[in-house]
Design a protein around this ligand. Structure first.
Ligand code: COA
Length: 105
């Protein structure tokens, strides 16, 4: 599977997959200005490896790829109840941007 707009990464420790991420880019238009937007679509670290810097390493690699693609903004989507992940993303400089509200129907 080859898509120049997507980056699939796995983090390995002694041959075991301990985390993975999927990042992608898309071209958007903001007020007549074209920009490249980066999205971190998936980020996951297995429980026993959390808090050891695995996602920071994945992010570093994603950021390098985003730079080569001239990304202007980076999005990451997270469930409102996932406060742990939000705390990590806030540490990385992310701020809430769009709030999607939902109710059972
Ligand atoms: C959210 C998640 C990806 C973070 O991965 P991780 O490998 O544990 O994160 P790291 O160890 O690289 O830590 C990243 C930074 O956040 C900090 N951090 C880690 N856990 C934290 C927490 N619970 N609260 C606040 N900060 C935290 C670390 O200190 C580190 O900061 P530093 O670089 O200044 O030291 C991981 O917990 C996970 O996979 N969770 C389950 C799946 C999930 O929720 N994915 C996100 C869906 S959008």
């Amino acid at each position: 599977m080859k898509d120049r707009n997507k980056l699939y990464l796995v983090a390995l420790c002694a041959g075991e997959i301990v985390g993975f991420s999927i990042a992608e880019i898309s071209r958007k238009k903001y007020q007549e200005t074209k920009v490249v937007e980066g999205t971190i679509a998936r980020l996951y670290v297995i429980r026993k490896f959390r808090g050891k810097g695995v996602s920071s390493l994945l992010l570093e690699r994603i950021n390098r790829w985003f730079k080569t693609k001239k990304v202007k903004y980076i999005d990451i989507c997270v469930l409102a109840k996932n406060t742990k992940a939000m705390d990590v993303y806030k540490k990385w400089g992310f701020k809430p941007f769009v709030v999607v509200m939902q109710k059972a129907f």
